[in-house]
Design a protein around this ligand. Structure first.
Ligand SMILES: [Fe+2]
Length: 234
């Protein structure tokens, strides 16, 4: 008996969803669940006989629609959790910096990692850190919308780099098929901020990203501000 951990993937937006549970008590959490894969996630939770306690978001996403509200309709005891800088009405809990929630014998701790958006949170469970779109494998989140700030993101990632080297990094996305990294690896090899890149150089690199806007941004952001409870199409 221990910590059950199921990384899951949504291929259209290359988003990772993470399901974790205490194998003994069956109390569970899900991080960054996606609308398109709701049935898969519901099926897995049911098959494993889990008691979903918390539906957690790292931030208000711009590239996909969350399944938070639909999951809460199915698992009515579950509470929707976002960071305190994301005061949206559909959230049941707005987690503060360093605040902890419990599922069975396990703890999830929120840490503020703004910069990609001003409300971004990362979450620590055991030896894992779920970094959302703050720290990606060998990359970082973009900062060109949703109150993004490269200077702020630099400070947030430095905070993540203070975690033990062996901490395993599970990001919100990966576009190259990678699933996991470590704080040690990212401190050394991250192409945006690894190898002691200073703040000015990091800002220059983020500014040079020149990425197209996410295809779904005009639907996803308003939908996610109501936790995916309805899809806005105009
Ligand atoms: Fe994002």
């Amino acid at each position: 008996m221990g910590l059950l951990f199921r990384p899951l993937f949504e291929k259209e937006s290359s988003t990772y969803t993470y399901l974790l549970a205490d194998e003994k008590t069956k109390e569970a959490i899900i991080i960054d669940a996606v609308s398109e894969t709701k049935q898969r996630d519901v099926g897995l939770i049911e098959e494993l006989g889990l008691d979903l306690k918390y539906i957690i978001e790292t931030h208000v996403h711009a590239d996909h629609i969350t399944s938070s509200c639909p999951l809460k309709e199915r698992f009515s005891n579950a509470k929707i959790v976002l960071g305190e800088k994301t005061p949206i009405e559909c959230a049941d809990i707005l987690l503060k910096d360093n605040e902890e929630l419990h599922f069975g014998e396990y703890t999830i701790k929120g840490i503020k990692t703004p910069g990609h958006t001003d409300g971004c949170m990362s979450y620590i469970v055991d030896k894992f850190v779920f970094t959302g779109d703050a720290l990606l494998i060998r990359s970082s989140g973009r900062c060109d919308f949703q109150q993004g700030s490269a200077a702020t993101l630099y400070d947030s990632i430095q905070r993540l780099f203070e975690l033990p080297d062996e901490t395993l990094v599970y990001p919100g996305h990966d576009y190259g098929g990678r699933t996991v990294s470590s704080i040690f690896e990212e401190k050394q090899y991250n192409t945006m901020i690894g190898g002691d890149v200073d703040k000015d150089e990091f800002i220059r690199r983020v500014d040079a990203m020149e990425l197209p806007l996410p295809k779904k941004i005009h639907v996803a952001v308003p939908s996610n501000q109501v936790c995916g409870s309805k899809i806005i199409t105009s």
